[in-house]
Design a protein around this ligand. Structure first.
Ligand code: CA
Ligand code: CA
Length: 304
């Protein structure tokens, strides 16, 4: 009898683990979470799209990836199921850091802005939750994690579109940050003095990099995506470890002192021609105290 009870306990714990870890929702299109992608998912999706049922997380239902959930997704999923193709395995989402560590502020558009509740009581690796109380977290507030010197990594979900000014200012232990596709602006001094930050990937949804955004960072190389048109004042200044930068031809202005005091800068890879490079509006001191570097344009080099 005792044996049976403990066996049942083990089984129920195992089943709940499977459910909580979301193992069954590891395939794109498996909206009912049963581990298979078939007509049942088409029906589930159709019910949500046509009915009044609310979704906790609509992202799983955006099958065609156009940012909204509607009949087109039902059709796309139906076609996919009919084709008999193998479903795409999804990367498991990291477990979000519990809400108790954060403060949430409801914004005018009905979404939440997030900040640390107490910078002295925060795990060293944080995963920003995608939702709070069923509403999306879209913004990391001004000064949200300022001076969290113990913070070593932060994972930002793709619900976030804005990283506020001084959001991670002075997070000197921060070595890893994932900025998701969807973020359009990186605010003023957002990563100022993140001296441990050696690498950052800026997604191609970002159109502006704010003033002082990465000043005094430990960055060794930076690739600026094609979506960026302006690089703010002092944006990468005092990044003395920075040796190479890639600048797309979408950039029309480089702000005052943007790369000043990047004393290790050796190579700028520019994705346009020499004439285009010369036509970029460059603020005073944008390249002061950099030492010598070469700008590699598509039709030749310019040496400082
Ligand atoms: Ca399914
Ligand atoms: Ca869609």
């Amino acid at each position: 009898m005792k044996k049976t009870v403990s066996l049942l306990l083990v089984i129920s714990v195992f089943i709940s683990l499977i459910f909580t870890s979301g193992l069954f929702a590891a395939f794109k299109g498996d909206v009912n979470g049963d581990g298979e992608v078939n007509n049942k998912d088409v029906v589930t999706m159709f019910r949500y799209v046509s009915g009044s049922e609310k979704l906790d997380d609509e992202s799983a239902y955006d099958f065609n990836g156009d940012g909204s959930v509607d009949n087109k997704d039902v059709v796309a999923l139906f076609r996919f199921v009919s084709s008999g193709a193998e479903p795409e395995e999804l990367e498991p989402e990291p477990e979000p850091t519990p809400d108790g560590y954060f403060e949430f502020t409801l914004l005018d558009d009905g979404t939440y802005e997030i900040a640390a509740k107490d910078i002295n009581n925060l795990p060293k690796d944080i995963v920003i939750p995608r939702k709070h109380g069923g509403k999306a977290v879209t913004s990391i507030g001004a000064g949200a994690f300022r001076d969290c010197s113990g913070l070593t990594s932060v994972t930002i979900p793709d619900s976030v579109t804005s990283i506020g000014y001084e959001a991670f200012y002075g997070c000197s232990s921060l070595t890893s940050v994932t900025i998701p596709d969807g973020v359009t602006s990186i605010g003023y001094q957002a990563f100022y003095e993140c001296t441990g930050l050696t690498n950052v990937t800026i997604p191609d949804s970002v159109t502006s990099i704010g003033d002082n955004a990465f000043s005094y960072c430990g960055l060794t190389s930076v690739t600026i995506p094609d979506s960026v048109t302006s690089i703010g004042e002092y944006a990468f200044s005092y990044c003395s470890s920075l040796t190479s930068v890639t600048i797309p031809d979408s950039v029309t202005s480089i702000g005052y002192a943007a790369f000043s005091d990047c004393s290790g800068l050796k190579d700028i890879t520019y994705k346009g021609t020499k004439i285009q490079w010369d036509s970029i509006s460059k603020g005073d001191y944008w390249n002061s105290w950099t030492g010598n570097y070469t700008v590699h344009c598509t039709d030749g080099n310019i040496v400082k």
